[in-house]
Design a protein around this ligand. Structure first.
Ligand code: ACO
Length: 427
C-alpha cells in the first residue's frame, strides 16, 4: 500500500514537495512538516497554533466537534461520576486506574508529603497582605525548586514519581497558605487524617488550633457533599491536552529547566482571563451585570465589534459544540442548588445569559457555548471559596496534568527545544 502523503506546490516555481500524513488512534491526522524549511526555505505561519500539533501524546483526547473528553481513553463523564480525583491523578500519571491497594498507598503518600519546609513558609511573609494568591502560588512553586534540586535530573520512574507526588501533595497546602496570607490570618497545617480534598477545604476554612470552621451560619463542619463537589471540580480540571498553560509547561521543559519551574510558568499562563482566570472573571461579570434586566444590554456589548467586552465563560478554541465539563458542572449545580443554597440571583443572571446566547445568531454562528469556567464560580462560591481562589483551585486540579505532560515530554525521543520561527515585517 502506498504511504499516505500530501503534495504541496509552490505556484511561483511549480515545484512540488511531498509530506507524510501521520495517523493517530483518534482525531485528525497530521502532516509531518518537520523538513518543510529544509526542503523549501519557507516557514509555516500559524499564530496561536490553530492548525499545529506541537507533539504526539497518549494522555488526553478531545473531540471538539462531538464535545468529547477522555483521560487515558476513559470518558470524563465516567471519571467525574464514578471515580475520585486521586484515582484520576493516578490514572493520568500511570496510564491505568489504581487497584484498591495502589490507591491506598498513593493516598497515604500524598498525605505525608503535604507538609512544606518551614523556610518555604517564611517566604509568604515577603508578599503584601492583599497579594493575589496566584502571584504567591506561582512564586512559591518556583521557590520550591530550590528545596528539591535533585529533581533537575530524573533517572528512573521512581524519581519521576517522587517529583510528581511531592508537587501534587504540596500544591493545596501552598494554595491555602497563599489564601490565608492574603487575609492576614494564621496558616492551618495539613491534617494527615483527612483526604486530599477535605484537607484542602479545612486548610481554607478552619480556625487555628481546632477543627471549627467558619461558615455563613457561624461555626459549621465541612459537609461531605461539599468535598464531593470540589473533588469533581478537581477531576474536571485535571488535564486538557495541549492548552495554553500546558504548552508553556512543555516549552519550559524543552529548555531543561527544573520541573517545578515549568509548572510555575504554567500557573502564570493559567492566570490570564482568556484561560483559567476566566472563572474569577465570570463571577465578577455576573456581579457587575447585577440583575436579569441588564443581561440584554451586556449581550449587545459582547456582540459589538467596536467594544472589547466579551462574555466571560463563553467560547473555546477546541470545543465547537459544547464543553462536556460545563455540562457535568451544570448538572452538579442543579443538584447542589438546594443543599448548598447556591446564589439564586447569580444563577438567574447566568441562566438568562445562557438562554439568550444559545439562540442568538452571533453566538450560534461562532460556535460560542458556555465553557467550564461559566459554572465553576457559582458552585465554588457556595463552598465559601472567595473569587481570588477560583484560579488557584484550577491550578490544584491541573497540576497533575501539567506534571504528566512534563514527564511525557521528557521521555519522548522526538522532543526538541520549543523554538518557533517568525515572519519578519519590521524595518
Ligand atoms: N464573547 C463574545 N464574543 C466572543 C467570545 C466571547 N466570550 N469569544 C469569542 N468571541 C468571538 C470573537 O470576537 C470572534 O468574533 P469575530 O470572528 O467576529 O472576530 C470569534 O468569536 C472567534 O473568537 P476568537 O477569539 O478568534 O477565538 P479563539 O479560539 O482564539 O479564543 C477564547 C477562544 C480565548 C476562549 C475566547 O472564546 C474567549 O476569550 N472567551 C472568553 C474567556 C473565557 O471564557 N476563557 C476560558 C476558556 S476555557 C479555559 O481556558 C479553561
Amino acid at each position: 500500500m502506498n504511504k499516505a502523503t500530501v503534495t504541496l506546490t509552490d505556484n511561483r516555481s511549480g515545484q512540488s514537495y511531498e509530506y507524510d500524513i501521520m495517523d493517530g488512534t483518534r482525531g485528525p491526522s497530521v502532516v509531518d512538516l518537520r523538513s518543510f524549511f529544509a526542503d523549501t526555505g519557507m516557514f509555516t505561519y500559524d499564530p496561536g497554533y490553530t492548525s499545529t500539533a506541537s507533539c504526539s501524546s497518549q494522555i488526553t483526547f478531545i473531540d471538539g466537534a462531538k464535545g468529547e473528553l477522555r483521560y487515558r481513553g476513559i470518558p470524563i463523564e465516567k471519571l467525574a461520576t464514578e471515580h475520585s480525583y486521586l484515582e484520576t491523578c493516578y490514572l493520568l500519571l500511570n496510564g491505568e486506574l489504581p487497584s484498591k491497594e495502589a490507591l491506598q498507598d498513593f493516598d497515604l503518600e500524598l498525605r505525608h508529603r503535604a507538609y512544606i519546609h518551614e523556610n518555604l513558609r517564611l517566604l509568604f511573609d515577603a508578599f503584601p497582605n492583599n497579594a493575589h494568591p496566584m502571584a504567591t502560588l506561582s512564586a512559591t512553586i518556583t521557590a520550591l525548586a530550590s528545596f528539591h534540586k535533585e529533581h533537575l535530573t530524573l533517572d528512573n520512574d521512581a524519581d519521576y514519581h517522587t517529583m510528581a507526588s511531592r508537587l501534587l501533595a504540596k500544591m493545596p497546602t501552598i494554595a491555602a497558605f497563599a489564601y490565608r496570607h492574603s487575609l492576614g490570618i494564621p496558616f492551618i497545617q495539613p491534617d494527615i487524617d483527612l483526604s486530599f480534598t477535605k484537607n484542602f477545604l479545612t486548610m481554607m476554612r478552619a480556625y487555628p488550633g481546632g477543627k471549627m470552621h467558619l461558615g455563613p451560619n457561624g461555626h459549621e463542619e465541612i459537609k461531605e457533599v461539599e468535598v464531593r463537589a470540589l473533588d469533581t471540580i478537581f477531576t474536571l480540571h485535571a488535564d486538557h491536552e495541549q492548552n495554553a498553560s500546558t504548552t508553556v509547561v512543555r516549552g519550559v521543559a524543552s529548555t531543561g529547566a527544573h520541573p517545578y519551574v515549568a509548572i510555575s510558568s504554567g500557573i502564570a499562563a493559567l492566570w490570564g482571563r482568556a484561560h483559567g482566570g476566566a472563572n474569577e472573571s465570570v463571577i465578577a461579570q455576573l456581579e457587575m451585570i447585577g440583575s436579569v434586566e441588564n443581561v440584554e444590554k451586556y449581550i449587545a456589548r459582547a456582540k459589538d465589534p467596536d467594544d472589547d467586552f466579551r462574555l466571560m465563560g463563553f467560547g473555546h478554541r477546541v470545543y465547537k459544540n459544547f464543553d462536556p465539563r460545563a455540562k457535568i458542572l451544570k448538572t452538579l449545580q442543579d443538584e447542589l442548588k438546594e443543599e448548598l443554597q447556591l446564589d439564586s440571583r447569580l444563577m438567574e443572571i447566568a441562566g438568562k445569559i445562557e438562554e439568550i446566547a444559545l439562540r442568538d445568531e452571533y453566538f450560534v454562528s461562532r460556535n460560542l457555548y458556555p465553557n467550564i469556567d461559566f459554572y465553576t464560580g457559582i458552585i465554588l462560591t457556595a463552598l465559601q471559596i472567595p473569587k481570588n481562589m477560583f484560579t488557584p483551585i484550577f491550578v490544584i486540579g491541573r497540576t497533575v496534568g501539567w506534571i504528566t505532560q512534563w514527564i511525557e515530554f521528557k521521555k519522548d525521543p522526538q522532543s526538541k527545544i520549543a523554538r518557533p520561527r517568525q515572519l519578519y515585517t519590521g524595518a
